[in-house]
Design a protein around this ligand. Structure first.
Ligand SMILES: Nc1nc2c(ncn2[C@@H]2O[C@H](COP(=O)(O)OP(=O)(O)OP(=O)(O)O)[C@@H](O)[C@H]2O)c(=O)[nH]1
Ligand SMILES: [Mg+2]
Length: 325
């Protein structure tokens, strides 16, 4: 692809053309010749044209397979469109998307939005086992989408240590569980209490079921609170995506987060870039790479280059390769 073609696509993205957005995301996810150069070019173009654009709210939604995450996020998206002028992107990191091509999420939810609605965009990414909750290029894609959307949802599958990674990408994280599934016990055992900012019990289709599930989760959290000496319990929301119950309360929480997130500075993206650059170094150069970074006191969070992920990553790699050759 030529630079002129990429420029055309990027101009399409600025007017939220879905075809252009999808094609640029494919470029960001690609490996092979020129892939790094293209990623860096895209990032630099947006940085120059769109400015810092740091106000985007990023929410992570994790939980066990089949808890109803996609269905619920589709419903929340619809409610957000109805209640506000905000735009949003949903990125589903999906272990099965290499089989389904990401069609499940898109098909199930897209039809419910008014045709031609450009305020909502869906994308699936195949996760990779080695990376746990996030796919290798999830952060690149989020970092790209933030220029065009007010809110980004990241959906990941799983409940365990791997999902801790999602915290580094998001402003807030939710854990979605099903009633009486034992998920609570599982997450307590895996020690990820510190992850969620709030909990959602989905599939609370009847009131009695909802109340019982709430008490069960509340007791589990209270136990953890005692053990960990925490001051407060995270909020618990009860929803039924099927019967559209509890969606409004969840949206109120999201609007609240969104308001508080206004006037953010680029610092928050620099810190995240720093984390994901280091992750890429660990992926490419192993623990030796990370030790090297630590020894040489790389403070990427405060480094001016960290505003752009790919340029900073390249500079770091070049520097390292030079010094170790
Ligand atoms: N009874 C009931 N079923 C629901 C509800 N929400 C989702 N489902 C159903 O649960 C199944 C799984 O829903 P998904 O939205 O695909 O769940 P998910 O957590 O995204 O699944 P994965 O991405 O595969 O982990 C589907 O058959 C949904 O129709 C709900 O509130 N009540
Ligand atoms: Mg899903």
């Amino acid at each position: 692809m030529t630079i002129e073609q990429i420029d055309d696509l990027l101009n399409g993205c600025i007017s939220r053309n879905k075809h252009a957005l999808a094609r640029v995301i494919s470029l960001l996810e690609r490996s092979g010749s020129n892939a790094d150069e293209h990623r860096e070019y895209i990032e630099q173009f947006l940085h120059n044209v769109q400015g810092n654009h740091a106000d985007c709210l990023i929410l992570g939604w994790t939980g066990t397979p089949g808890a109803g995450k996609s269905t619920l996020l589709g419903k929340i998206g619809m409610q957000i469109l109805e209640q506000s002028k905000l735009s949003m992107a949903i990125l589903a990191v999906d272990p099965s998307s290499h089989i389904s091509g990401g069609a499940i999420l898109g098909d199930r939810t897209r039809t419910r939005f008014p045709l031609g609605e450009d305020r909502i965009f869906f994308r699936s990414q195949a996760s990779s086992l080695e990376m746990g909750g996030l796919a290798p290029r999830t952060w690149d894609v989020v970092n790209f989408l933030r220029y065009f959307f007010d809110i980004i949802f990241i959906e990941t599958v799983g409940i365990g240590q791997n999902e801790i990674e999602i915290r580094h990408a998001c402003d807030h994280t939710a854990l979605i569980v099903q009633p009486f599934s034992g998920d609570q016990i599982q997450f307590i055992k895996s020690g990820i209490m510190e992850i969620p900012d709030f909990f959602v019990i989905n599939k609370c289709d009847e009131e009695k079921l909802a109340r019982q599930s709430y008490s069960q989760l509340h007791v589990s959290l209270d136990f953890v609170k005692g053990v960990e000496n925490r001051a407060e319990l995270p909020p618990i929301f009860m929803t039924s995506a099927l019967h559209e119950f509890g969606i409004r309360e969840l949206c109120d929480q999201i609007f609240e987060y969104q308001r508080k997130n206004q006037n953010q500075t680029i610092e928050k993206f620099k810190i995240r870039n720093s984390f994901f650059i280091q992750r890429a170094i660990a992926r490419d150069f192993g623990s030796f790479g990370i030790q090297y970074l630590a020894k040489n006191n790389f403070q990427f969070a405060t480094n001016k280059y960290a505003a752009t992920l790919n340029a900073a990553g390249r500079k770091l790699k070049e520097f390292w390769l030079k010094s170790t050759s």
